[in-house]
Design a protein around this ligand. Structure first.
Ligand code: KG4
Ligand code: ZN
Length: 349
């Protein structure tokens, strides 16, 4: 018997992506068209530029995903699309394409939560389920800890009070005149730096709570780079400071991220932690997480590198949604803001 396949579309931020995934979870194709080069000169994602680029790229990306999977639209059993959270204009491009295909092919439309998909990515390719687990999505838009009872029952238990971790990497890179996206360029620059030269704060490290704050750390880098505001403040960062600041920032950010993960797992009483999102690609973070997991005797699953940053393959979670009957109507809309899952999944008393 031939296995069913679905097409997944992802356009929540600055990657236009499409993938074909089989019902047993096998990824037959995965195309990611990154827009990084379009946003470099602005040091961050410009929503209007992102939406327009999605419009131009969505059809070629879908066609390439179908071609690589060696299938035609008529072979599809369903179409899945990210509808929350993300940039409104960007999400709408993906949703419009998905609705059009669902309507013309008369197949089910499944709407995917991008954050749940980032956690789901940790289990792709594994034979066993990763749930229940503590989930951590750490990216340019999120620094969220979840209590994940199943793929589609994730309750938010901790979040950032200001910048997301990836956003802090991007902003610090900008302060240091390093290219966007900041994460990879800070990681590379930090390799030659001395993380101890500048003393960096570890915001909320010992708060005992599952919340994060990165704006103070970012400001500490700014002051160490340029001096405190005033007549003597430097316009630019002296070259000899850049690597040391990148290393100091990275070490401080990673320490906080790992400690909050440890706390979350302890509080939830689970023995498994799943970490996804762009910042989970950070080498130092991956190493420190693994060390912490050994000390705590827990299992840590970090999404494979190609599934950390945005992609459509992780929308394979749509098979679980389909199995539980969560098919969307053609009136489905986008939900740009982060939905507090504790409310969405709350059952009536
Ligand atoms: O998951 P993602 O591709 O998009 C969002 O949903 O935000 O994450 C992008 C973020 C960016 O802020 C980028 O700087 C960060 O992930 N990032 C990294 C690394 N690679 C990407 N941060 C730290 N270290 C990295 N190696
Ligand atoms: Zn993401």
């Amino acid at each position: 018997m031939t296995k069913h396949i679905l097409l997944a579309i992802e356009s929540s931020c600055d990657e236009t992506a499409a993938a074909v995934v089989r019902e047993d979870g096998k990824v037959l194709s995965s195309i990611v068209a990154s827009q990084h080069e379009l946003h470099i000169e602005w040091g961050g994602v410009v929503p209007e530029i992102a939406s327009r680029a999605h419009v131009r790229r969505i059809l070629p990306v879908i066609k390439a995903a179908l071609r690589d999977a060696d299938c035609t639209p008529q072979d599809l059993h369903a179409v899945a699309v990210t509808t929350e959270p993300g940039l409104v204009g960007s999400l709408l491009v993906g949703l419009t394409a998905a609705k059009t295909m669902a309507m013309s092919l008369q197949i089910p439309l499944i709407t995917v939560n991008h954050v749940e998909a980032h956690i789901y990515a940790c289990g792709m390719g594994l034979s066993q389920s990763i749930y229940p687990c503590a989930g951590f999505v750490v990216s340019g838009g999120h620094t969220n800890l979840y209590d994940c009872r199943s793929a589609i029952e994730c309750k938010l238990i901790g979040s950032t009070t200001d910048d997301a971790a990836g956003e802090a990497f991007d902003k610090v890179a900008r302060i240091l005149n390093l290219p966007y996206p900041g994460g990879p360029s800070i990681q590379k620059t930090a390799l030659t730096g001395n993380p101890r030269r500048f003393k960096m704060p570890r915001p909320l490290l010992h708060s005992g709570k599952l919340d994060f704050s990165f704006s103070g750390l970012k400001t500490a880098v700014l002051y160490a780079a340029r001096g405190v505001p005033g007549p003597d403040q430097l316009a630019d960062t002296p070259a000899d400071r850049v690597a040391d600041l990148a290393a100091g920032f990275q070490e401080a950010a990673v320490e906080v991220l790992v400690e909050k993960c440890r706390l979350a797992v302890r509080q939830l009483g689970y023995s498994r932690l799943c970490v996804g999102g762009g910042v989970a690609a950070n080498q130092m973070f991956r190493e420190e997480l693994t060390r912490m997991a050994k000390r705590e005797r827990i299992e840590v699953l970090i999404a494979p590198l190609e599934l950390c940053t945005d992609n459509a393959a992780m929308a394979a979670i749509a098979w679980d949604l389909l199995a539980s009957g969560r098919v969307a109507g053609l009136d489905a809309d986008v939900l740009p803001g982060l939905v507090r899952h504790d409310f969405r999944n709350r059952r009536p008393n």
